[in-house]
Design a protein around this ligand. Structure first.
Ligand code: SF4
Ligand code: SF4
Length: 454
């Protein structure tokens, strides 16, 4: 176990030394991010040296004034942003089945039940939720309807009926509706594939590695591994001609599956359209959560994967590595998001009995309760959530250079476990800032393609 001094040493380049300025290197030189504007400026070697030395001495104010004098930073005051009172719904996820056929060790949904009775969402609840989503939207808008659980294919009846109902309603109102489904891919039927094809779903398959790791972390309730069934069903999904749906892999990273480059190669060989890694930071059972050492290891492994991505790009191939692609897009657009995601704002999760919650992870949890699909959004609760969860209210984000790229990190994890992953988040952003500057200079056409990719 490394001691505190070792941890500080390891993260010394990425821990916040200034809330307005962040220095980083890449193959293309030395750079400074102006945190308020998002501008990335190349630094002359002597300027980089002066700024770095001043920050090392802890003289933040002098470093920031020097950056202004050098034209690297335009403003000295951190901008204040007001929290909105309400945000219209643009996306909902339906917990169509609060039950699951697997028994994953760390499951955030406690094997799908969220700690209550196993239940299916009746069609009338799904219909009321869809009405809620579509009713107030303007013609021409794009909305998202997501199916989650538990395992949504356990309640195939509601999934199919509500997809068709929502598509009809959206078409009648001139609204574009995107469908997505998160699944363990073990219960797939031919009729499901036909549904995904007809409505152009985005499918996210939860898979935690290749056979050995996946079977250990994602067994059936009997203890038997689920990988073989998943792999067979994936082959069926990918075999469809002129496929209109995408199949993405989502790997929940725990201390037991940290060999990311091997997993990445395996997922690409399996034919997934894209893949992403997401650390397990807060499990209701407390099992398999990532601790500080695990997060350090995750960062190292992700960077190895990032270097593989970089090498493939040099050979003219963009690997569908969502962690990198989304981060490069975020750096480029630098929208200074005040929330990490739409939870509790434009996005809400719906429980099987029709409760509205801040997102799919808050289902049946008072911390994120937001009303019901029958009574509508509780505007007082939403307004209070938006006020409390606003980036300006998150500590210690105000003093962090990464705040407009991270936006305070996942609400659920911050509420349940605090912010144990800041070094990992900043380490990854620091690496991606370097990658961004380098690709922009060496392969600008490739960067345009990355920015345009989904
Ligand atoms: S949650 Fe994000 S913005 Fe806040 S301190 Fe941690 S890394 Fe920085
Ligand atoms: S609060 Fe966390 S789990 Fe919920 S949508 Fe946001 S990032 Fe995802």
């Amino acid at each position: 176990m490394p001691n505190a001094a070792q941890a500080i040493g390891r993260h010394s380049a990425t821990r916040p030394r200034s809330a307005r300025l962040h220095l980083f290197n890449s193959g293309a030189g030395r750079f400074a991010l102006d945190v308020e504007s998002g501008r990335i400026n190349r630094l002359a070697a002597e300027h980089a040296g002066v700024l770095d030395a001043t920050l090392r001495l802890g003289d933040t104010r002098r470093a920031e004034l020097t950056a202004v004098a050098l034209g690297l930073s335009s403003i000295l005051n951190v901008t204040e942003h007001e929290a909105p009172k309400s945000v219209p719904l643009k996306a909902i996820s339906l917990a169509v089945a609060q039950k699951c056929n697997l028994g994953c060790t760390y499951c955030y949904a406690q094997q799908g039940t969220f700690g209550g009775e196993a239940s299916n969402m009746p069609p009338d609840v799904a219909k009321a939720a869809i009405d809620q989503l579509i009713r107030t939207a303007e013609t021409g808008e794009t909305l998202t309807l997501a199916f989650m659980g538990g395992e949504p294919l356990v309640n195939r009846g509601t999934l199919h009926a509500s997809t068709r109902y929502a598509a009809r309603l959206a078409a009648a109102r001139g609204i574009r509706l995107r469908f997505s489904l998160t699944t363990n891919a073990t219960l797939l039927h031919e009729e499901d594939i036909e549904l995904f094809q007809e409505y152009g779903f985005t499918l996210t398959v939860s898979i935690d590695g290749l056979q050995e790791a996946n079977d250990r972390l994602r067994p059936y309730r009997s203890g038997k591994g689920s990988f073989k069934t998943l792999a067979n069903n994936l082959s069926a999904l990918l075999a469809v001609e002129r496929r209109r749906y995408r199949v993405l892999a989502r790997v929940t990273v725990t201390p037991k599956n940290l060999d990311l480059p091997e997993i990445m190669t395996g997922l690409l060989d399996m034919g997934f359209d894209a893949f992403m890694f997401s650390p397990m930071l807060s499990a209701p059972s407390g099992k398999d959560e990532m601790l500080a050492d695990d997060l350090d290891c995750l960062l190292e492994q992700l960077i190895v994967c990032g270097n593989i991505f970089r090498e493939a790009l040099r050979q003219g191939r963009i690997l569908p590595f969502t962690n990198i692609i989304k981060t490069l897009q975020r750096i480029h657009h630098y929208e200074r998001e005040q929330y990490p995601c739409g939870a509790g704002g434009g996005y809400m999760g719906v429980s099987a009995d029709g409760g509205l919650y801040a997102c799919h992870r808050f289902v049946d949890d008072d911390d994120g309760h937001m009303g019901s699909v029958f009574g509508g959004v509780d505007t007082e609760k939403q307004s209070s959530w938006l006020e409390k969860r606003h980036l300006d209210k998150q500590s210690p984000c105000g003093s962090c250079w990464a705040r407009y790229l991270c936006s305070g990190s996942c609400h659920y994890e911050a509420i349940k476990r605090g912010r144990p992953a800041c070094d990992y988040i900043r380490g990854w952003l620091h690496y991606c800032l370097g990658l961004y500057s380098e690709i922009l200079q060496a392969q600008p056409d490739a960067m345009s393609q990355i920015l345009a990719s989904h």
